[in-house]
Design a binder for this molecule. Sequence first.
Ligand code: RB5
Length: 141
Amino acid sequence: MKIYIGNDHAGVEMKNQIVEFLKTKGHEVINIGTDDSHSVDYPAFGKEVAKKVVENSTYGIIICGTGIGISIAANKVKGARAALCYEDQTTILARQHNNANILALGARIIANEKAVRLVDFFLNTEFEERHKNRVEKLNNQ
Ligand code: RB5
């Protein structure tokens, strides 16, 4: 699967661990985040990942210090459903109930190992079609 990943300076190390994990699982990873520790602004990265995810009907992962700013940016793109998750259950429910297509992570909030686990849950949990009508309404707002 083609997966877009983007991050600000706070998320570089977490991004690298996730990319490594995704490659071992055979995914094609497109890195559109920053790769060094110089301070950058997260809005452009969130927006760019969201645009690519919607255009290509695939998944994205976005990372900033808390995951909050970059998820707000991503959710301004029509068709993007970015879910900020810090633990297993909401990650699974974001897929099952919300058909989230972008996972937002907070590099200063959770450990990198946990982030990798959440990515694994996110990519391996199916949307439950009984929630389809509600999710479609999100596109019309
Ligand atoms: C950058 O210092 C920080 O504000 C950013 O990574 C993020 O946490 C914003 O929501």
